[in-house]
Design a protein around this ligand. Structure first.
Ligand SMILES: *[C@@H]1O[C@H](CO)[C@@H](O)[C@H](O)[C@H]1NC(C)=O
Ligand SMILES: *[C@@H]1O[C@H](CO)[C@@H](O)[C@H](O)[C@H]1NC(C)=O
Ligand SMILES: *[C@@H]1O[C@H](CO)[C@@H](O)[C@H](O)[C@H]1NC(C)=O
Ligand SMILES: *[C@@H]1O[C@H](CO)[C@@H](O)[C@H](O)[C@H]1NC(C)=O
Ligand SMILES: *[C@@H]1O[C@H](CO)[C@@H](O)[C@H](O)[C@H]1NC(C)=O
Ligand SMILES: *[C@@H]1O[C@H](CO)[C@@H](O)[C@H](O)[C@H]1NC(C)=O
Ligand SMILES: *[C@@H]1O[C@H](CO)[C@@H](O)[C@H](O)[C@H]1NC(C)=O
Ligand SMILES: *[C@@H]1O[C@H](CO)[C@@H](O)[C@H](O)[C@H]1NC(C)=O
Ligand SMILES: *[C@@H]1O[C@H](CO)[C@@H](O)[C@H](O)[C@H]1NC(C)=O
Ligand SMILES: *[C@@H]1O[C@H](CO)[C@@H](O)[C@H](O)[C@H]1NC(C)=O
Ligand SMILES: *[C@@H]1O[C@H](CO)[C@@H](O)[C@H](O)[C@H]1NC(C)=O
Ligand SMILES: *[C@@H]1O[C@H](CO)[C@@H](O)[C@H](O)[C@H]1NC(C)=O
Length: 827
């Protein structure tokens, strides 16, 4: 069965890309002006329109603007933002030579005009990318436009539109916010590319820098760490966003585009000076915020540029200042004045100087830095810095690939910020004055200090040796008392330890034919023991941080968990570097093979689906509450639910985190899970509790009812997410449309609705709103009306309670550094 995602995406495509070009061929010519009577110019595909508008309904102020032809009026460009026409007498016309003029029909006041042109047979058109161009009749608009609105942006950057400088002509394209949402006149903020030194993204208020987005590192701006993961949104093949930057003798520009997609995307400098990115959500008929920069909840240092002064370091996590190593706070002791070198540098510094690495930073202000893009390695960069007496620090300029290029600073370092470990920053190498110079400067006082340090060190050393000795003696004594403890330990294992040969024999030497599948922890094989018993063999491919004994111990504890709805662990094998788990064999395979397969899914009627849901809930409750261990599964999904020959669902792969010796509850640096089933707090922060499993259970329940996959879709493709889809239909009271065709709704509509509601309660964004498995079972078992109403699911909208943590984080936390994520396979 095609997944919901594909279907939705097609719908989305159809609804935006192939709109009828009713006004195809619209052009403004000297003989065809536009009056304020509702007439418009429409782009060939019908996506953009140009005409007169008022930002506030009923206002007499009229502007010429370009907007998307969608149900929410979204203006992307305004011609006469400073001087509105009052009343409906405005007229946009073109002089014979192609110059555009906005006049008032009665007086001949010119409200706005384009630059003066000298064309023979001019015409003006709105292109399908939103660009309004003036050109010779019939010429190619993308190459020979004489004037284009993309060169005069207002507050919005569209895909393909450039922000920054054409250095040969001095044209500077920057964004200026609207004064207010009802007034397009220039507001307080300007965002643009500053070309002093090494080009940087900056936001100003007047002449004051509000925020430094930083220099381009080959992947993104140094001050927007999330761009390093965002560059290509490959999580869903449907939408790939590319960020580009060009810096050479001709231009210094940033732009972005969507690959093979007609989705509507825009970047806006909003009235608070933030760059916000939006994607049009066609189901919801609204703009979905995809995140904003700067994100001061993430990086408080972005509240102010250079708050720690020269050579100060801000962060991480809080806007607290420290001095770089080798520097101390100035004598006035105010951070604004920054830090000065502890040792004055006399003349040119030595080629023997060393560098300290400052890890994970937003690189300092590059307005006085120099770049050499052809430097091949960091070592060469270091040499370049050492050779230049005034070089204070260096860093790689291009992180794409293996890292290349060289940035050097030859002045004090400003606005250096540390990111916390969640954000990918860049390493900066700061020059230290050669230590030999230090020795020469030693005074009697510091000699004394050195002597006392020596004494303390020796005392500590002696104490340490003494304690080591006593420890050794104690252990010897202990061992003689309990000498045979180690031997007996192995014996009380009531878990069968399989021999590797037995398992190899049972699985035909792990033959491909016996392979049942590839789980997150390694391949699974079907096997048959000599006695005839069928088994499933999981050959762990991942190395565990555990020693053999701990591993055995955990396996034994897990094996003790026995419940009708859990796959039984029969034993294990630890031999020859192999770690193998042996489970009972489930003849009907995994639930996903039934749910998402057109033919097989018809076998599952409502009663069976209900039983499966109940079984999973019971198994999970046992793991959470009734077992001795209190296990959080962390990776509950359709492919981890197996079916025995009576179609009883059994949860598999539980306790893997324990087996791998990872933290039991709380917070993990290593997010293990599957897109689509991960709760927001887990995917974003690695926080997990039983409520993570409740979330995954909710997703699974909704999948069981709809027969559709909740594919892992974060930010860019949110509108394609099953949860979002269910939620919007739920709100419209049309959710029954999504119930799988093989379920006869007519008989059990109330039950199904109730079940969907329980599913929605489980996937609520805030963990505390989600019920426990105990309440879920009570709700499932009982058919009284459910009073409680679900709130919005996680991952549907960023304007929920987690809004301050914008999507950038999600992407970031899903970085390959600490995440092992299984993608559900398409079918
Ligand atoms: C605007 O879009 C709608 C569909 O969304 C389409 O039917 C209509 O023709 C478009 N308008 C123009 C002027 O192209
Ligand atoms: C084009 O026409 C406008 C208005 O008629 C005039 O002001 C302008 O000087 C002309 N430009 C050139 C290059 O002739
Ligand atoms: C453009 O030129 C062609 C012939 O070269 C003519 O048929 C057409 O009407 C012109 N279009 C406009 C808008 O002037
Ligand atoms: C800069 O502008 C000139 C004039 O419009 C144009 O010919 C040139 O191609 C532009 N340079 C770049 C790099 O876009
Ligand atoms: C923004 O661009 C305009 C037009 O090029 C220019 O006049 C203005 O100085 C620029 N502002 C900044 C802050 O760069
Ligand atoms: C985009 O389309 C081109 C040509 O059709 C294709 O080669 C490329 O793989 C597509 N890219 C993605 C991300 O789908
Ligand atoms: C600007 O964007 C930020 C972040 O999305 C938002 O919190 C703020 O309200 C926006 N400001 C305006 C005026 O829209
Ligand atoms: C650099 O170090 C080497 C060996 O340690 C030493 O011989 C040389 O004099 C030093 N150079 C300077 C400029 O201090
Ligand atoms: C910086 O990172 C490097 C390698 O990533 C590591 O060896 C070094 O210890 C780190 N330094 C600090 C101060 O954390
Ligand atoms: C840039 O680096 C390369 C290789 O390190 C070097 O050959 C070249 O001279 C450098 N260019 C400048 C301007 O320093
Ligand atoms: C050091 O580098 C800066 C910036 O590239 C340059 O202006 C300066 O001349 C260099 N100094 C020396 C001694 O090479
Ligand atoms: C950055 O490095 C990548 C990979 O080596 C390379 O393709 C790209 O051209 C480099 N960018 C610049 C601006 O040198």
């Amino acid at each position: 069965m095609k997944s919901a995602i594909i279907a939705c995406f097609l719908y989305f495509l159809l609804s935006t890309a192939f709109t009828s070009p009713s006004n195809a061929g619209d052009a403004l010519t000297p003989r065809r002006p536009i009056s304020d009577d509702g007439s418009t110019l429409t782009s060939d595909g019908g996506r953009f329109q140009l005409g007169f508008f008022s930002p506030v309904a009923g206002s007499p102020n009229r502007y010429i603007g370009i907007w998307y032809n969608i149900s929410v009026r979204t203006v992307v460009w305004v011609a006469n933002r400073r001087s509105p026409v009052t009343g409906r007498s405005g007229r946009l016309s073109m002089s014979e030579n192609g110059t555009l003029l906005l006049t008032d029909g009665r007086s001949s006041t010119i409200y706005w005009s384009s630059s003066s042109l000298a064309l023979q047979e001019p015409e003006a058109r709105v292109l399908e990318n939103g660009n309004f161009v003036v050109m010779e009749n019939g010429s190619n608009p993308s190459s020979s436009a004489a004037w284009k609105s993309f060169d005069h942006p207002t507050d919005t950057l569209l895909p393909g539109m450039k922000l920054g400088w054409n250095l040969s002509t001095g044209l500077n394209r920057n964004l200026t916010s609207w004064a207010t949402s009802g007034d397009p006149s220039p507001g307080d903020y300007v965002a643009g590319i500053d070309v002093a030194g090494v080009p940087q993204l900056l936001v100003w208020s007047g002449t004051r820098q509000i925020w430094r987005g930083g220099s381009w590192n080959g992947i993104g701006f140094s001050g927007i760490p999330v761009m390093r993961q965002d560059n290509t949104l490959t999580q869903n093949n449907a939408l790939t966003l590319h960020y580009e930057f060009a810096s050479n003798a001709d231009e210094a520009v940033y732009w972005f585009y969507l690959e093979n997609s007609t989705s509507l995307l825009r970047l806006v400098l909003n009235g608070s000076g933030l760059l916000e990115r939006f994607l049009w959500y066609d189901f919801g008929k609204r703009w979905m915020p995809l995140g904003a920069a700067p994100d001061t909840s993430r990086n408080p240092c972005d509240e102010r540029v250079s708050s720690c002064g020269a050579n100060g370091v801000c962060g991480p996590r809080a806007s607290t200042c420290t001095c770089l190593q080798g520097f101390r706070l100035n004598s006035r002791r105010t951070w604004g004045d920054g830090c000065e070198r502890e040792l004055p540098t006399a003349g040119c510094r030595s080629r023997n100087d060393t560098f300290v690495t400052v890890n994970n930073t937003k690189l300092p202000d590059t307005s006085k830095a120099t770049v050499n893009r052809s430097t091949a390695s960091l070592d060469m960069c270091r040499d370049w810095c050492l050779r230049n007496c005034s070089c204070t620090a260096y860093a790689a300029s291009n992180l794409s690939g293996n890292g290349s290029g060289c940035l050097i600073w030859t002045s004090d370092l400003y606005d250096l910020t540390l990111y916390d470990n969640e954000d990918p920053g860049q390493d900066l190498y700061v020059r230290q004055v050669e230590s030999r110079a230090l020795n020469k400067g030693l005074s009697a006082n510091s000699l004394l200090r050195r002597a006392s340090v020596l004494i303390i060190v020796s005392v500590v050393l002696v104490a340490f040796l003494l304690s080591l000795l006593s420890c050794w003696i104690w252990r010897r004594k202990k061992r003689s008392l309990y000498c045979d403890e180690e031997e007996t330990e192995g014996k009380d294992l009531d878990l069968p330890l399989f021999d590797l040969n037995t398992i190899a024999e049972a699985t035909n030497n792990f033959s491909e034919n016996n392979k049942l599948g590839q789980g997150g922890f390694g391949p699974v094989y079907k096997g048959r023991l000599v006695e005839g018993q069928e088994i499933a063999v999981k050959r762990l491919s991942k190395t565990s941080s555990q020693g053999v004994d701990e591993f055995k111990n955990e396996v034994m504890l897990i094996a003790k968990l026995q419940h009708r709805n859990l796959v039984r662990l029969l034993g294990c094998c630890i031999q020859g570097g192999e770690r193998i788990l042996v489970y009972e064999y489930m003849p009907n395979g995994s639930l996903d093979a039934f749910l998402f397969d057109g033919a097989k899914s018809t076998l599952l009627d409502w009663k069976m689906r209900q039983d499966i849901i109940l079984g999973i809930a019971r198994g999970l409750l046992y793991l959470h509450q009734d077992s001795r261990l209190r296990i959080i599964h962390r990776d509950l999904k359709a492919s981890n639910v197996l079916l025995d020959k009576e179609m009883t669902p059994k949860i598999s792969d539980f306790g893997m985190a324990r087996i791998f010796g990872e933290d039991i509850e709380g917070n993990t640096r290593r997010v293990v899970g599957t897109y689509g089933y991960m709760s927001p707090e887990y995917a974003m922060h690695g926080i997990f509790s039983v409520k993570l499993d409740v979330f995954s259970f909710g997703v699974l329940l909704l999948e069981i009812i709809t027969g559709r996959k909740n594919r892992g879709v974060y930010h860019s493709t949110l509108y394609l997410n099953l949860l979002g889809h269910i939620w919007s239909l739920w709100k419209e009271g049309k959710v029954m449309e999504l119930v799988n065709e093989s379920i006869d709704h007519s008989l059990s509509a109330a039950e199904i609705l109730r079940c969907i509601k329980i599913g929605l309660l489980c996937v609520q964004e805030r963990p505390r709103d989600r019920p426990t498995m105990y309440s879920v079972l009570k709700m499932l078992d009982n058919d009284n009306a459910l009073e409680i109403e679900p709130s919005q699911p996680g991952f549907v909208d960023f304007r929920g309670p987690l809004h301050q943590t914008n999507l950038s984080i999600r992407k970031q936390d899903l970085s390959r550094n600490y995440v092992s994520v299984t993608m559900p396979q398409g079918r």
